[in-house]
Design a protein around this ligand. Structure first.
Ligand SMILES: *Cc1c(COP(=O)(O)O)cnc(C)c1O
Length: 363
């Protein structure tokens, strides 16, 4: 595919070429229906099969059983920021948030609209360069839930070890930008949500993995579409779901299984990230990583150059070299390489070579 460029976009982001080609090959005639997946009813048998397979594949990859359910909803991770407190932050309870970046701040902002909140830890004053140590986390008394963001897309930090808390406090995670990048114990989470457009598929569909007991008896006072129970009881078919998005997401899940699952993806992701971090570390300060080494993300790599002129030049030359999406988010500045599951190792090799050459010319 010589006309494809190397895509470091933060999201929507690169998808596996195999997945795009399969979608292309069956776009006009899905499973001998004589219609596109875009044109069939969400209540039809062929779509029901897609919906069921996507749920089963996601649960299989996460190693989850009958006590969990997968929901496919709309409104992005940003709607989950509100749904979580609407469903679980009941009067006289407190919700605990661990702030590790812009997205966790936004999640907290929605919870504050609903009820009482507590910041259990924050690394804001370190400009979110790091994930807090477990010893820094101060929970409130008997919180309704604890909310974390597993990977901070904008700052390029990630929980290397996902935290454990004692007691039966529901642990909730926004995993939008690192879900399925590595094996982890999903059963310690009460709820996981992820907008698909980083590591799972296209924008427009959000995956919610919820422990079944949390999708029952949600407050009757909140609007129907915002209750987890509604989507759980109807297998994500209460209203018209984002059918094409779920279909594409399922193709991505099949692709992940064909790659050997999460353990092999983790090995590949670690190797990809190392290619770039090694250039940063060996550049004698020409490249400065934003994240502390112990908190570095293997999905989003953030770094600065000696000045903004060089950063602009880096972006311009990278585009000329067939790369896209390397300009950093405005709240960090500099550069960001998003290297999600679908980014091939060769893409990271190309970026490594480009960075070395850029440093040689301008360092
Ligand atoms: C991108 C992102 C979001 C926002 O997702 P939307 O689907 O656009 O609402 C939330 N959290 C994290 C960690 C993200 O990376």
């Amino acid at each position: 595919m010589s006309n494809r460029i190397i895509n470091f976009n933060a999201g929507p982001a690169v998808l596996p070429v195999d997945v795009l080609e399969q979608a292309q090959s069956e776009l006009l005639n899905f499973n001998d229906t004589g219609m596109s997946i875009l044109e069939i009813s969400h209540r039809s048998k062929p779509y029901e099969a897609v919906n069921n397979e996507a749920e089963a594949n996601l649960k299989e990859l996460l190693g989850l059983g009958e006590d969990y359910q997968v929901l496919f909803v709309q409104g992005g991770a940003s709607t989950q920021f509100a749904m979580v407190p609407l469903n679980f932050l009941t009067p006289r309870r407190t919700a605990d948030y661990i702030l590790t970046g812009v997205w966790s701040e936004k999640a907290l902002k929605e919870a504050k609209l609903v009820g009482q909140t507590h910041i259990a830890a924050t690394t804001a004053k370190d400009n979110y360069r790091r994930i807090p140590e477990l010893a820094e986390i101060q929970l409130s008394d008997n919180p309704a839930y604890i909310h974390i963001t597993s990977n901070n897309t904008i700052f390029g930090t990630q929980w290397r070890e996902l935290p454990n808390f004692s007691g039966n406090i529901p642990l909730i995670a926004d995993m939008s930008s690192d879900i399925l990048c590595r094996p982890f114990d999903a059963s310690k989470f009460a709820l996981i949500y992820a907008g698909a457009q980083k590591n799972l598929g296209p924008s427009g569909v959000t995956a919610v993995i919820i422990r079944r007991d949390l999708a029952e008896n949600n407050p009757k006072t909140i609007p129907t579409m915002l209750r987890y129970e509604t989507h759980a009881a109807n297998h994500s078919l209460y209203n018209t779901p984002p059918t094409f998005g779920v279909y594409l997401l399922n193709l991505v899940l099949r692709w992940i299984k064909a790659q050997g699952g999460l353990a092999s993806l983790e090995q590949r992701n670690l190797a990809k990230a190392k290619l770039i971090y090694d250039v940063i570390d060996d550049s004698h300060g020409f490249y400065r990583g934003h994240a502390d080494k112990s908190s570095r993300s293997i999905m989003n790599i953030t770094f600065r150059l000696p000045n903004e002129e060089l950063e602009k030049l880096f972006v311009a030359e990278s585009i000329a070299a067939g790369m896209a999406g390397l300009k950093g988010h405005r709240s960090v500045g500099g550069l960001r390489a998003s290297i999600y599951n679908a980014m091939p190792v060769d893409g990271c090799r190309a970026l490594r070579d480009f960075m070395k050459e850029f440093c040689r010319k301008h360092g």
